[in-house]
Design a protein around this ligand. Structure first.
Ligand SMILES: *[C@@H]1O[C@H](CO)[C@@H](O)[C@H](O)[C@H]1NC(C)=O
Ligand SMILES: *[C@@H]1O[C@H](CO)[C@@H](O)[C@H](O)[C@H]1NC(C)=O
Ligand SMILES: *[C@@H]1O[C@H](CO)[C@@H](O)[C@H](O)[C@H]1NC(C)=O
Ligand SMILES: *[C@@H]1O[C@H](CO)[C@@H](O)[C@H](O)[C@H]1NC(C)=O
Length: 539
């Protein structure tokens, strides 16, 4: 059975404020997980965050009472009338339908009189405390969307704790304490939700607002969800975007409104006076006519439909997620880590869909880089045609040669392939490895092969130095020009100006063959250079 399909999830809040002008329903657009849109590439699906409709969750719970035999009527007993403690001939008999008060009656339809209700046995064993635990279990995480409202048919209890569990009943935390005297009952100062603020919204309080005796119009106890929402969304919950923004970013706040179970711990029945009237203990018991719990299945913003099947609630997950709460990516869709959908940006929310794992691409999917597939008879396979955005491959899942994969982009991103930009002079070819490193020629380095290793200098690519200031000094007063040649004084030649010119020409004086050329003073060298003449001046 479907809890929801097309309705706005905010029916509840809309009703609440229907006296106001019609809502701008922008913030309510979480009722679709995807929609078809038209783009240059034709009709495509656009995915968005989505959640199930808020609904009456009492239809899907299991109720358990502790002690198990606490319901009245087995054996049959009499109790005093609600308003009149001296009229004590009312009967509770579990074996007679008209006189029985089983737990189911807390969740049946109310609105017709007389109301139907669950009732406990009376406090015959006073002064032993009369205590009852009522546990409501969903076996599913649900998010509360409205106040929990408990309507007592008898007076409201003197002491009660509402508790919650987030782990299917393994551990419990108090949600709110209720007492006629908080200090006396729980050693807590009385507070009301109105005393809280955005910053203290998660505080667990004890309230005395709901615990005063037997007056007819004081049968109801609230756990105030909406007042807490209002700290973020404003008094009439008009600014849901602001609340959703907070829920998106604050896990504690999200968890605060999330439960798998609720437990009502009834600790002391309404006494209405200071002393218990021991002569009429049949006056004291608990009776609850109605419990309201509104909420929605928690599907992590990946489903609008929650199915109740085999007494179990399950999200019908979209976005290629799975699990009872859509809490993980489907097999073969683990191309990036799972994450919940996001309410932001308003109004659509970000879907955070799960994407295929690269290794498991089976059918023809082109990751949005091509809108044409072609069947290759010979290979009996389908391939994407003319992949765009510098992609290539059967599914446009690879980068073209000369491009590499952008690690921060998804496979369907237009920026998925980045150009290598290998320096054409410094690299062997224009391709690079997976992190953008090009293959360099000898003497060249750097990711793009545009830097030279020591002993090399850039000259239409890296060339080994002919001369430099370290190991390859130009000699005889020569100067090193751009590391590629020595500019020699006129009398000298050779790569490092190491030879006399005359020596090379064989025209030096007769004694020129003896010994190395002298190293004259700089002034002398300059002179020789200027005059363009050789040895005669020296010797
Ligand atoms: C109710 O639950 C609490 C917490 O587990 C437990 O201590 C208490 O004994 C229970 N009360 C009854 C009446 O079962
Ligand atoms: C999930 O996977 C199926 C099969 O590849 C695909 O048709 C569908 O569009 C996917 N859904 C999303 C939301 O990515
Ligand atoms: C890599 O992809 C991210 C996400 O799409 C994008 O912001 C970024 O500009 C890309 N990097 C390059 C170098 O294109
Ligand atoms: C690419 O080459 C660089 C330099 O050799 C190396 O550090 C890096 O790990 C390589 N990346 C890949 C993905 O192979």
């Amino acid at each position: 059975m479907y809890l929801s399909r097309f309705l706005s999830i905010h029916a509840l809040w809309v009703t609440v404020s229907s006296v106001m002008q019609p809502y701008p329903l922008v913030w309510g657009h979480y009722d679709l997980c995807k929609t078809q849109i038209y783009t240059e590439e034709g009709k495509v699906w656009d995915y968005m965050a989505c959640q199930p409709e808020s609904t009456d969750m009492t239809k899907y719970l299991k109720v358990k009472l502790d002690p198990p035999d606490i319901t009245c009527g087995d054996p049959p007993e009499t109790f005093c009338a609600m308003g009149n403690p001296y009229m004590c001939n009312n009967e509770c008999d579990a074996s007679t339908p008209e006189l029985a008060h089983p737990p189911e009656l807390m969740f049946d339809f109310e609105g017709r009189h007389p109301s139907t209700f669950w009732q406990s046995a009376t406090w015959k064993e006073y002064p032993k405390p009369l205590q009852v635990n009522i546990t409501l279990s969903w076996s599913k995480t649900i998010e509360l969307t409205d106040n929990i409202v408990i309507t007592f048919e008898s007076g409201r209890p003197d002491q009660m704790i509402l508790e919650k569990s987030l782990d299917y009943g393994r551990t419990w935390q108090p949600y709110q304490y209720y007492a006629t005297d908080c200090l006396d009952a729980f050693h807590m100062d009385p507070k009301s939700v109105k005393d809280l603020s955005q910053h203290t919204v998660l505080e667990i309080i004890c309230t005395e607002e709901y615990s005063t005796g037997y007056t007819t119009n004081s049968k109801i106890i609230h756990f105030e969800i909406k007042d807490r929402f209002a700290f973020f969304a404003g008094p009439r919950l008009r600014n849901m975007a602001s609340l959703y923004g907070q829920l998106d970013t604050t896990k504690k706040l999200r968890d605060f409104f999330t439960v798998t179970d609720l437990r009502i711990r009834l600790l002391r029945p309404a006494v209405g006076e200071i002393f218990v009237d021991e002569l009429h203990l049949a006056r004291y018991f608990y009776a609850i006519s109605d419990i309201k719990v509104r909420g929605r299945c928690k599907c992590n913003l990946h489903a609008t439909v929650c199915v109740y099947d085999n007494s179990k609630l399950t999200c019908e997950c979209e976005h290629n997620t799975t699990g009872p709460d859509c809490g993980k990516c489907k097999k073969n869709y683990q191309g990036r880590p799972w994450s919940p959908g996001s309410y932001l940006p308003i109004p659509k929310g970000t879907a955070n869909t799960c994407i295929p794992s690269i290794s498991s691409i089976g059918n023809c999917e082109c990751f949005g880089h091509s809108n044409r597939c072609s069947y290759i008879d010979l290979l009996n396979t389908v391939i994407c045609v003319s992949c765009k955005h510098n992609t290539r491959g059967q599914h446009c899942e690879l980068c073209r040669l000369g491009y590499f994969r952008n690690a921060s982009a998804q496979l369907d991103d237009e920026n998925v392939c980045i150009e290598c930009y290998c320096n054409p002079l410094g690299s062997i070819h224009d391709r690079c490895n997976g992190s953008g490193f090009c293959e360099c020629k000898t003497g060249t380095t750097g990711p793009k092969c545009d830097e030279c290793l020591p002993g090399n200098s850039w000259h239409y690519g890296c060339q080994p130095n002919v001369c430099d200031n370290e190991l390859l000094h130009c000699q005889n007063g020569g100067t090193c020009h751009n590391n590629v040649r020595c500019l020699c004084p006129a009398a000298y030649t050779g790569i490092l100006c190491e030879k006399l010119r005359c020596e090379e020409a064989g025209s030096c004086g007769s004694d020129s063959g003896q010994g190395a050329p002298p190293h004259g003073s700089p002034a002398l060298l300059l002179l020789t250079t200027l005059l363009g003449i050789a040895s005669p001046l020296v010797f």
